[in-house]
Unconditional design. Structure first.
Length: 93
């Protein structure tokens, strides 16, 4: 079973359907991400939306986000999709 991972650059019906199918498995309270919300996530400079495929079917997603910290050591809430949280990425370990 080969898994391929790709970064999304555009939202189409397959992507919307995949998020509709997969998000409820992650959270029973998460709000649906419609086409506009997904387009905002994909086009945001600070996020990369990845999808994993097996035999061409999307079987998983991951949203990687980076935000500048304002001195707070806590996760930031996404304004696009309130159910998502981003952890600060620290520079200069």
């Amino acid at each position: 079973m080969a898994v391929t991972v790709e970064a999304l650059t555009v939202v189409h019906d397959e992507i919307v359907e995949a998020f509709d199918r997969l998000l409820p498995k992650l959270s029973s309270t998460a709000r649906r991400l419609d086409r506009d919300a997904l387009a905002q996530l994909i086009s945001a400079e600070s996020t990369t939306v990845l999808v994993a495929r097996v035999s061409g079917k999307i079987v998983g997603t991951k949203i990687v986000g980076t935000l500048r910290s304002r001195g707070r050591n806590r996760p930031e809430r996404s304004k696009i999709a309130p159910g998502l949280h981003f952890l600060p990425v620290w520079r200069g370990f």
